[in-house]
Ligand binder design. Structure first.
Ligand SMILES: CC(C)(COP(=O)(O)OP(=O)(O)OC[C@H]1O[C@@H](n2cnc3c(N)ncnc32)[C@H](O)[C@@H]1OP(=O)(O)O)[C@@H](O)C(=O)NCCC(=O)NCCS
Length: 153
């Protein structure tokens, strides 16, 4: 498995497993190809969108964006915003861990000081994953737990 930059050629596979996550109740945001292309691959706030590629099979992806003023997540402007999506059949095999190594480096290179991960309070694996990557809770709302990763220099 390699981690590389996501491209338009990956959109179909990314959308396909986002639809699987939706069907499992693990995703509420849009999952169609147009959204994946616009939001993850071509998003204007994108710092990096990495995919984990196993001989052409996309096992997961991780998006890192910069928070702009007034962003929908209420994240402090200038922080990074991360999102992680792993193909269900590839879960718990280290794909998310490999993706975060690259995302963390991209955040460092972009000069970020903090990264936000906003996770559904009812998503124990998402919470456990970000905690294992070194994120810590810094604010909560009714249905979200927001964790922060501090980039040390
Ligand atoms: C949560 C998610 C991103 C984890 O990705 P992953 O590739 O399965 O994670 P990894 O295999 O790299 O696991 C890294 C560490 O995270 C923790 N972790 C991951 N999944 C876990 C689970 N189901 N239960 C408990 N801990 C878990 C563990 O500490 C793990 O290390 P270990 O396997 O050595 O014990 C993935 O399951 C996913 O995409 N879920 C659906 C979408 C989602 O919830 N996204 C994140 C919140 S927005």
């Amino acid at each position: 498995m390699i981690v590389r930059d996501g491209t338009l050629d990956d959109v179909q596979q990314m959308s396909a497993f986002l639809r699987e996550l939706t069907a499992l109740g693990k995703r509420l945001s849009p999952d169609d190809e147009e959204f994946v292309q616009r939001y993850y691959i071509e998003g204007e706030d994108k710092i990096r969108c990495s995919v984990a590629d196993d001989e052409g099979a996309v096992l997961g992806f991780q998006s890192l964006k910069i928070a702009r003023a007034g962003n929908q997540w209420g994240v402090e402007p200038g922080w990074g915003i991360v999102g992680t999506h792993i193909r269900p059949s590839a879960a718990r095999r280290g794909v998310g861990r490999a993706l975060f190594e690259v995302t963390r480096k991209a955040a460092e290179d972009a000069g970020l000081a903090h990264i936000d991960a906003s996770i559904g309070a009812n998503n124990p694996e998402g919470l456990a994953y970000y905690e294992a990557m070194g994120f810590r809770t810094y604010r909560t709302s009714m249905d979200l737990i927001c964790k922060r990763f501090d980039i040390s220099r």
